[in-house]
Design a binder for this molecule. Structure first.
Ligand code: 6GP
Length: 800
């Protein structure tokens, strides 16, 4: 079938590409080379590249329709997609064509590329993981759609004002988004509030969900999938012309504003319950639009509801989309008139749930009152699900009232709230953690009661990252070297092939080349002396991640160099990057203190050439892609038992940074693979940390007995850093929730070993190469393969 209906094929030669570019500039952008701005050139280039992917998309959609496959649907409140231009150039095979054509037409490719704004539709790990999984699903030719929200304002832009984090709105799509295909005719209607009448739920407020989609191309294959993002709009007639005419402009658009607020802003919080009705509205909005779209797609080729679970698996990315469970029950029972038991069996075979946390406070709960007001029918359905759940618990564990109380979907004290994680476990056939240790801890702690009831439901799928984005695109120099070392670039689709680099670790010439490439990456980052060790901690700010521990080490290094500059040893640049949730004051205090310490060190001539602290603001995917290739040391120093996985740890190891870390999250698996001798381990492990926490932990005893630690904390307390950060020191001395002081000595001593190892550059380089060689497991392609074999059981559909 000719899906182009006779349209001429898009060009593949430089001349043809240039012709297509010109044509788009003229007909779609409506301008000419003579008068085009850089923005015109950027948008036109994006369209020209997008066209090539659109062609593949059309063929993918046709092949999927033809084969009526089992679909993987990924529901996620966040997608941290990263910049699109370079990736789409690579994936469409136009990396060379595009800059050449731009230059011929008189545009600067660099200037044009700088206009590519990353859609920051996610906070951190969970959102970036979602983006990596979509990339790998397409690369593995799996029929899949990601569903999310098209926030007008993504994750805030971080600026520093006097060292303090200030948040500015991120109007990422202010100039429009050339990668996006609006599909307003696929709108859905979503109800909120209202009451339960004799005929069922009568919503009191209705908004439209309008989708648009971005293309998600596979690498080295023809498949192009999509991520479909919903935007909230008022129903068409909401504009109040009468009020407008009376000069009441704000009132005239009130309804529209209220509706549009639903997709206005991404909640800048990745771990705690915002407790806000608008967030709950967002969650239901995403779920309701997406499920109707999924059902619509099912109906193209299928008639029988009994086929639904065979054709559909819906993965819930953490608890944010958990309302999908009662929503599908509502659709099946209220609208499709299926029997409850029948519907429940379909639902239970359709959904799977990934948990991304170990922090109890990050397990979402919603006040029963709020949920019942916003979604009365859903609350009723949740109660019915709960009745059946508790009946099962009672029959399996007779008389165990405490267990019933713990497992209930409803928390009674101190306020009645719906426990979304319990609902997610109850309404799914598979629940996974994101690293071995995390999955073990989920079944032994967070979900122990559920694991006792349904042991087979729990599994692990260790996270992974996209080698295309985080090695090939981020680190082109090292990628070329890897390809030449391995004799092929097949590693980009099969990352286990990196193991072929291991023998080269013993080849002095290869080591020299490796050092050269890594040095180039450092020079490109431009942070001064590329001979200094670049020690990086890049991630969200959270006390459990322990940026404060790194900071205490920095202060200790500073004290040592002030007391004894001749004996300081290895010069270091310490780089912090990351944002704190705007209402998370403790994390913001740590940011402020880091900036104050950085300024004090910068101002001290003694530190010159020995120690520097840099903290570029607004850490995002774009910045990550610059920092990661340049990093020598990767800081993964969370309190053991708190970090679910980490994925930055994988990106850094893949690019040849050595890790200093605790036995937490995926660090455990990284160390297993790269070898204990190529990993700097320190600190309490999970059982030891838990035992210390459970005992009478007194952080002051560490302060009293360790001179360097005391000096570091005293410096903060005495106002040595502009009087900033005393509250950080007090909180460590008085409470130290995450055992920073308990791990300080082991950390600092291990850092001394790091410095000693750095002195032997040949050995360091060997370790660096072995880190890359042995990290092939951490490809998101492997992660998706694991999801496929353990949970999704979907098959590839390849285009002929
Ligand atoms: C994060 C986890 O903190 C991180 O350890 C993990 O690597 C990442 O998810 C991907 O699995 N969690 C979140 O971002 C989050 O919002 C509720 O958890």
């Amino acid at each position: 079938m000719d899906l182009r209906n006779g349209l001429r094929p898009l060009g593949t030669t430089p001349d043809e590409f240039q012709r297509d570019l010109l044509s788009n500039l003229y007909y779609r952008r409506g301008t000419t080379v003579e008068s085009a701005s850089a923005q015109d050139a950027y948008e036109t280039l994006a369209l020209t590249v997008r066209d090539r992917l659109a062609e593949r998309r059309a063929r993918t959609a046709a092949a999927h329709y033809e084969s009526n496959p089992r679909w993987v649907y990924y529901l996620s409140a966040e997608y941290l997609l990263g910049p699109q231009l370079e990736q789409n150039l690579l994936y469409s095979g136009t990396t060379e064509l595009a800059p050449a054509a731009l230059k011929t037409l008189g545009f600067s490719p660099e200037e044009v590329a700088a206009l590519d704004v990353e859609p920051g539709l996610g906070n951190g790990g969970l959102g970036r993981l979602a983006a990596c999984l979509l990339d790998s699903l397409a690369t593995l030719d799996i029929p899949a759609v990601g569903y999310g929200i098209r926030y007008d304002l993504g994750i805030f832009k971080q600026e520093f004002d006097n060292g303090e984090q200030v948040e500015r709105p991120d109007d990422w799509a202010f100039q429009g988004d050339p990668w996006e295909f609006p599909a307003p005719d696929d709108w859905q209607m979503v109800g909120f509030y209202g009451f339960l009448g004799p005929e069922g739920w009568v919503p009191g407020e209705v908004v439209h969900g309008e989708p648009s989609h971005l293309l998600i191309p596979g690498y080295g294959t023809e498949t192009v999938n999509i991520v479909r993002l919903w935007r909230a709009r008022a129903a068409r007639a909401s504009f109040d012309l009468r009020r407008f005419s009376a000069g009441q402009y704000a009132e005239a658009v009130e309804e529209a504003v209220r509706a549009e607020n639903i997709s206005k802003v991404l909640y800048p919080d990745d771990s705690t319950d915002m407790g806000r009705e608008l967030r709950l509205k967002q969650q239901y909005f995403l779920v309701s639009c997406s499920l109707r779209d999924i059902v619509r797609r099912f109906r193209f080729r299928n008639a029988d509801w009994d086929d639904f679970p065979a054709k559909t698996v819906i993965q819930l990315n953490d608890t944010h989309p958990t309302l999908a469970i009662p929503e599908l029950m509502r659709l099946l029972v209220d609208e499709e008139k299926l029997e409850w038991e029948h519907a429940w069996s379909l639902v239970r075979r359709t959904f799977a749930y990934t948990c991304h946390t170990l922090l109890p406070e990050a397990l979402e709960t919603w006040p029963v009152d709020m949920l019942g007001r916003l979604l009365p029918r859903h609350l009723e359905i949740i109660y019915l699900i709960n009745e059946a759940l508790l009946a099962e618990v009672r029959s399996r564990f007779p008389g165990d009232l405490d267990r019933v109380r713990r497992m209930s979907l409803i928390q009674e004290e101190p306020q009645r709230r719906v426990r979304m994680a319990n609902l997610a476990v109850t309404g799914t056939f598979a629940v996974n953690g994101v690293a071995e240790l995390h999955s073990q801890l989920l079944t032994s702690t967070t979900f122990a009661d559920f694991a006792a009831l349904w042991p087979d439901r729990f599994t692990n799928v260790t996270n992974g990252v996209s080698p295309r984005r985080f090695v090939r695109l981020a680190n082109p120099g090292l990628s070329t070297l890897i390809t030449s070392g391995l004799g092929s670039d097949a590693w980009l689709r099969d990352l286990s092939l990196l193991s072929g680099l291991a023998p080269l670790a013993d080849d002095p010439a290869f080591r020299e080349q490796w050092r050269t490439e890594r040095r180039h990456a450092k020079e490109a980052l431009g942070l001064g002396d590329p001979g200094a060790m670049l020690d990086v901690m890049i991630k969200r700010f959270h006390e459990y991640k322990r940026q404060q521990l790194k900071l205490l080490h920095v202060i200790t290094l500073y004290h040592r160099l002030r007391d004894n500059p001749e004996r300081f040893g290895v010069p270091r640049t310490v780089l912090f990057g990351g944002k704190a949730a705007p209402a998370y004051y403790a994390a913001k205090s740590i940011i402020r203190l880091i900036n104050a310490v950085a300024a004090a060190i910068e101002a001290d001539p003694k530190a010159y050439g020995l120690l520097r602290v840099v903290f570029p603001p607004n850490y995002n995917v774009t910045l990550a892609e610059k920092i990661i290739p340049a990093a020598d040391l990767s800081e993964q120093i969370s309190m053991a038992g708190k970090e679910a996985s980490g994925t930055g740890n994988m990106k850094l190891a893949l690019n040849g940074a050595l890790t200093i870390g605790t036995l937490d999250g995926a660090n455990v698996e990284i160390r297993d693979r790269v070898g204990a001798g190529n990993f700097f381990l320190f600190g309490l492990d999970t059982p030891a940390a838990a035992a210390l926490r459970a005992s009478d932990y007194r952080p002051r005893t560490y302060y009293d007995s360790d001179d360097e630690l005391r000096a570091a904390l005293d410096a903060i307390l005495s106002g040595a850093f502009g009087g900033v950060g005393q509250e950080v020191a007090h909180s460590l001395l008085d409470r130290d929730e995450y055992l920073t002081l308990a791990d300080y000595r082991s950390y600092v001593d291990k850092q001394d070993e790091v410095a000693a190892a750095w002195e032997d550059q040949e050995h360091w380089t060997r370790m660096s190469i072995l880190n890359t060689a042995n990290s092939g497991f951490f490809s998101a392609d492997r992660t998706v393969a694991d999801y496929l074999s353990r949970i999704w059981h979907a098959s590839p559909v390849r285009l002929s």
